[in-house]
Design a protein around this ligand. Structure first.
Ligand SMILES: *Cc1c(COP(=O)(O)O)cnc(C)c1O
Length: 386
């Protein structure tokens, strides 16, 4: 079986986790800070808050930016549901902006058109969440410029994109956004089993994120509203959650971070090889914007359905039957039953829907061998009926 994505765990990773198990702090100890510092050093962001998932990071990022009832959050329909659900957790409403047909990312021109209409209707978004699909950065300069003009905040959902770059700088440095979120789920670029992180250059946002991660409780006298009662004292100053990451997970993260650049390089080599192996097939291969150095979380091919005699589903099933665990990223969020109940319907976002009818994520992870890649390419050719 060849999975579409899989973690890479070394003996060094295992030793790092065991060392924490033998130490004093199993959670919220020094290893969390070490992991945060390591991701800050990689990205150049000034602050980082490690949490138990990217979903949690998105939730507290929205809260830190004051998203609440009556507010709107806009994101792309071509994403995992968490990018939109975070608004609903806060009692806010969701709208989507359709995608660019080449990058499959949120399209800045469509965003601008929608902003112009929303301004007239008095329904401008408070937050826009661009998602760096497959690890390729969105057109952040354009989105950031629109943020300045229309007054929305930006949370980058970079769950696919740690290790990637935009205009020659690391994704996560916060040049074009208020907060960036990474995921460390096992299929992502690096893993902590479950885990996520929120990065920002704002000390104030970092403080809020830190409070929200752990019950809204602080031991920092400068954040307290009355004098401390004694050494035991803490105050709850906000309504937070238990979204903490454990130190075992952070140790795995620190160890994985040492291989991040190698991982992304390896993913580029695999993409290059796929580009060669698949060049002659009736497929649209991943187009790369010159501003982007992708983290290559995914390698998505689109079937040229006008050129083949089998259906998308038949190709998908034929590959699965050969134990090639292809996947599909993503079912457009607005077509999920939960979102259809809110009034969204098929046809609302045609580019994301067209992509969904043609896209297949083929295996992409660092331990694929050249033989694996050839098997995938051959099976894909057969599945297409050539
Ligand atoms: C994986 C993913 C998430 C959620 O990440 P978790 O760490 O599993 O919560 C959110 N957004 C996108 C785009 C993802 O791919």
């Amino acid at each position: 079986m060849i999975p579409y994505g899989r973690q890479d765990i070394t003996q060094a990773d295992i030793d790092a986790v065991i060392a924490v198990l033998k130490s004093v702090n199993l959670t919220q100890g020094p290893t969390i800070e070490e992991f945060e510092r390591s991701v800050m050093a990689h990205t150049g962001a000034l602050h980082a808050v490690a949490v138990n998932s990217a979903t949690s990071a998105l939730h507290i990022a929205c809260l830190a930016l004051d998203l609440g009832p009556g507010d709107w959050l806009w994101t792309t329909p071509n994403t995992f549901v968490a990018s939109a659900n975070c608004a609903l957790y806060c009692g806010a409403k969701v709208e989507f902006v359709d995608t660019d047909p080449h990058t499959y990312n949120l399209c800045p021109a469509k965003l601008e058109a929608k902003l112009i209409a929303a301004e007239k209707a008095g329904k401008l978004p408070k937050i826009v969440v661009p998602v760096h699909l497959t690890g390729q950065a969105c057109d952040m300069a354009a989105i950031h410029a629109l943020g300045g003009k229309y007054g929305f905040k930006i949370i980058e959902d970079a769950s696919h994109a740690i290790g990637g770059q935009y205009k020659g700088e690391p994704i996560g440095n916060g040049r074009y956004s208020d907060i960036t979120v990474f995921s460390f789920h096992p299929v992502k670029i690096i893993t902590t089993a479950e885990g996520g992180m929120a990065l920002t250059n704002s000390a104030e946002l970092a403080t809020r994120l830190g409070l929200l991660r752990s019950h809204g409780i602080t031991r920092d006298p400068t954040l307290m509203t009355e004098p401390i009662h004694g050494p035991w004292y803490y105050q709850q100053v906000a309504l937070g959650f238990n979204y903490r990451m454990t130190d075992m997970q952070a140790a795995l993260g620190v160890s994985q971070m040492t291989r991040l650049n190698d991982y992304v390089k390896r993913r580029h080599d695999i993409a290059k090889r796929y580009n060669e192996l698949l060049a002659a097939l009736p497929l649209t291969l991943p187009w790369q914007h010159p501003d982007s150095y992708s983290a290559y979380h995914l390698y998505v091919v689109r079937l040229r359905l006008d050129k083949i005699r089998v259906t998308h589903r038949q190709v998908f099933e034929a590959l699965r039957a050969k134990d090639i665990m292809v996947n599909l990223h993503y079912i457009p969020v607005h077509t999920q039953p939960f979102y259809q109940k809110m009034g969204f319907k098929q046809g609302d976002y045609p580019d994301a829907e067209q992509y969904y009818r043609e896209a297949i994520s083929i295996p992409m992870h660092v331990n694929l061998t050249d033989k694996d890649l050839q098997i995938v390419a051959n099976c894909l050719r057969e599945a297409i009926g050539l």
